[in-house]
Design a protein around this ligand. Structure first.
Ligand code: ZN
Length: 140
């Protein structure tokens, strides 16, 4: 019989961010980088070519927010009890797919504008999420 031991976790949400968070971050970064490379340097907003593109997390869909969304399912009196770390990790990574739902690949200029002047229009609760960036907004 196969002996399966699941790594477990008990702690606060902050503990999870502290001890497990860096590993999740690393995985998401790798996954994001792969997708960014498929953009061939073309900014999603202005469609210009850039040597390097930034990965801008769509507001409200940051890594921490996604992690916490999953952790709430395991929360009991402010303590997170996870019977299988691997399962939770898979759940968190799944919520990052498709990557277009959580990250936009933007040039530096559009990234700045995005972070400063975001207008979000949500249709269908996150499905068909469209993002517009205000043009010519007042300077920072
Ligand atoms: Zn751009």
């Amino acid at each position: 019989m196969k002996n399966t031991i699941h790594a477990q976790f008990t702690g606060t949400i902050q503990d999870y961010h502290h001890f497990i968070g860096p590993r999740i971050k690393n995985k998401i970064c790798n996954f994001t980088r792969k997708n960014r490379n498929t953009r061939n340097g073309i900014c999603e907003h202005c469609n210009t070519y850039n040597k390097e593109l930034d990965s801008a997390h769509i507001h409200g869909k940051g890594r921490r927010q996604i992690i916490e969304k999953v952790l709430y399912n395991y929360l009991n009196n402010k303590i997170v009890i996870i019977p299988s770390l691997e399962t939770v990790e898979i759940e968190i990574l799944k919520l990052h797919k498709p990557i277009e739902n959580v990250v936009k690949f933007l040039c530096k200029k559009c990234h700045n504008e995005y972070d400063n002047n975001i207008i979000e229009t949500r249709e269908n609760q996150g499905k068909n999420l469209t993002i517009q960036i205000k043009k010519n907004s007042k300077s920072r």
